[in-house]
Design a protein around this ligand. Sequence first.
Ligand code: AMP
Length: 534
Amino acid sequence: MASKPKFQAIRGTRDLLPPDTALWNRVEQTAHEVFSTYGFGEIRPPIFEATELFARGVGGDTDIVSKEMYRLEDLPEDQSARDLAYLQLMIHSGSVSSAYPDQLAEFVGRVQRFIEGYKVARQRELVYHTDSTDRRLQYIESHLEGLSALQNEPYDAKYQNKFDETVNYFKVEIRDLGLTEPKVLRPEATASVCRAYIEHNMQQMPQPVKLYYMGPMFRRERPQKGRYRQFYQIGAEILGGPDAPAIDAELIEMLMTFFDKCGLQGSELSINSIGHAADNCRRGYVAKLREELLKVKDKLGADSQRRIETNPLRVLDSKLEHEQPIIAALPRIADYLCDECKTHYAAVKRDLDLRGVQYRENWRLVRGLDYYMRTTFEITAQGLGSQNAVCGGGRYDGLVELLGGPPTKGIGFAIGEDRLILSLQETIRASGSDSPLGTSHSPLLFIAWMGDEAYAAAVRAAKNLRNAGFRVELPATELKFGKALERASKLGSRFALILGDNEVQSGEWTLKNLATSEQQKLSEQALLEYLRSL
Ligand code: AMP
């Protein structure tokens, strides 16, 4: 057995190789074409962003943010990097100032470990430092002692004052250490698109603004088929303007048109409305759901039991076999929607019918975050096993505001491109037919040349044919004709162009069809015309 190579792609990442990449490119080209016919423009946000953008935009207590983000820190030690990120987040989000005594020990511990990590980084010249940063570090250390002493004090106004004062002090000192803000590889791009909308004042443009993106995302998930740590998404967002049901319906129509043009088969669109975060709508439902879940708590698994408190809607996502009959009997959100949300949902469905978009309603399709509202949807496809969701999307009217922008309506989706490609490849394999997008990478024409003069003619011919858009293989060294034809077949070429002394002298070149072995003589001009006529 061959020994393992020294370097391999990191677990959860992979090389995309030809001929597969041809399919990737065609899928992406199809997205560019379809989305532009719906008036979308492409945005290319950076691949790393401030940690806080996702902490806010995706939600600090989601798995994605709490466990799966790849941090890019200035500090080398993993633990101190985490401590720094924690400190900066707590300080920036203001949550430290309300810390209770039981959080104090942890906070002090974090700062201590941060200081240790910083010192290591400083020794290794990994962080920028001067006399003044050294002094700041000493200040932080001495104030930390004071904070630590608070642990023995009663929790009263004096305690709180002292705590707030020290934290404010840390805020300035840590900032002035000159460490940059914590950054992560993006786990998704909706938050980036919203950030860009705010940053570039896009609310001044005609609304709504329609943007799409494609590119790699990063999540530290457990890798399996259809689940990677670097994966690719193609997504679109509509920001600003009204929340008219026609916007939701047109976005979904565009998505299904795109899938259709890609030749995706066995796809199923599920839709739902999750109302909005108000007592007479989703909040009322969640309260009722929690109440019902508490009644059956003992019959649920550990995850679901925990979610009754943290996020009862997520219980509906459960795939556990024994929980299914219990979930089926739970109250459904459709019965708790407020009148406006109900009307909106009915209008979205009517509009989808009008557009001939087929869908299935799934009342268990939910999102766990407050700013998600009303329309949610998901598309599953065949050939993917348990990871069969190729696209998720929904309305998120509160997100731009949450990120510091003006109140702005928003809706979007993200397609898992890896899964889309897997499903397309599965279809191609099963049917034995070619994808409607085609994947052929093999040269159309292989030039079998012999002799210096023939080589000169071959170089010129190859350049002209390639300019005309044909795929041409020109061997770099002279091959005997037999070998040349063998190589041409191996590469899957359709034709071999035979160029020897005779052909060069007569100006009549020999074109051999490798499938039928038929040969014909053609002038260079006639050859071009013939290939064009195919
Ligand atoms: P999400 O951003 O979690 O709503 O995911 C949107 C789509 O991205 C999913 O429906 C999947 O198709 C795809 N996706 C999410 N996570 C991964 C992953 N780790 N590997 C491959 N595809 C993923």
